[in-house]
Structure formats: C-alpha cells, structure tokens
Ligand binder design. Structure first.
Ligand SMILES: [Zn+2]
Ligand SMILES: [Zn+2]
Length: 167
C-alpha cells in the first residue's frame, strides 16, 4: 500500500520530527469479502450492499444500516474455504504503517474511532499536542483543519499509484 518513495518521505518526516497525515477514503480493514471459487460477496440483508470487514471485533458491518455479522470461514454459497478479503482500509493501513515504522507513533481517525462524543476533536488535539508521527484517517480529517507541523499528506484515492503532496 505504501510505495518505497512514500516510505522514504515518511521516514524523513519522522527523523525531522515532522508529522505525516495519510488518508484514505475507505474505512474498515478491507473493503469487501469475496469467495474466489464462485464470486460470492457477503451483502447486507437489509440494504443489499457489500459488507465491510472490521478487524476490531472481527465483524462484517453494513455502513448504511449498522447490520453486523461474523465473517464466515467457508462460502455460504458453494462451501469452499477460498474466502478472501479484498481492498484495503484505514485499519489495514495502520497495521502496515506500524509494521514498517515500529518506532513511530500513530493515531487513527475514522468513523469507528470518533463515534463517541467529541472523539473527533480529541483525536485531533492528541495528534497536535503529543506530536504523534502519523495520523491515519478517512477523508474527513482533511476538512477545515490546520496542522502547523504537518509536512506530508497522502491521499490514496487515486488508483493510478501513490499521490501525495507536501503542505
Ligand atoms: Zn444494511
Ligand atoms: Zn463460493
């Protein structure tokens, strides 16, 4: 998920005590679950949209109505065990960042971490005040906030490779 070039930039930021924001426009661990044998995807019984896997709590969730279910180990359609998680999300990105930069501090901000009252402001102040190295979040973090110490913001909303800009 992170290109060599981006990894180098982040490392430079960490060494210079500068902060980095990585944002994705998807949340959850993976975007969807699919059977590689028959192509079955797990959908919400109420909304007919694909469920998103959340590693925290090991659940599949519907982002529209809040329906939750546990992920099946075998395909409910063809019984094969070739269930695979596709796509990516903020949780997965955070895991990857922690693996690549084990000594860096990270904080994640998305609907799941800010759902409690003032969660949003709390996370942002924490990021600023504690000078956390990397903020990982969904698109909403970019809205209307100024971070004086941030030098690198990356958006992975493009599928044409890594795109990032310096502030
Ligand atoms: Zn639903
Ligand atoms: Zn199947």
């Amino acid at each position: 998920m992170l290109s060599q070039k981006l990894q180098k930039e982040i490392l430079k930021n960490i060494e210079n005590k500068k902060q980095t924001i990585l944002f994705l426009n998807r949340r959850g661990y993976s975007t969807f679950v699919m059977c590689r044998e028959c192509g079955y995807t797990v959908k919400c019984p109420n909304c007919d949209i694909t469920l998103t896997y959340h590693m925290y709590g090991n659940k599949l969730k519907c982002h529209y109505c809040g329906y939750e279910t546990f992920p099946a180990k075998t395909c409910p359609n063809c019984n094969s065990n070739k269930i695979k998680y596709f796509g990516t999300g903020t949780q997965k990105l955070e895991d990857e960042v922690k693996k690549i930069f084990p000594n860096a501090s990270t904080i994640r901000m998305d609907i799941d971490t800010v759902s409690k009252k003032n969660g949003h402001e709390e996370i942002l102040s924490k990021f600023k005040d504690e000078n956390i190295d990397i903020l990982i979040g969904t698109q909403m973090i970019a809205k209307g906030h100024h971070f004086p110490n941030v030098t690198l913001v990356r958006s992975s909303s493009s599928r044409y490779g890594t795109k990032y800009r310096r502030l």
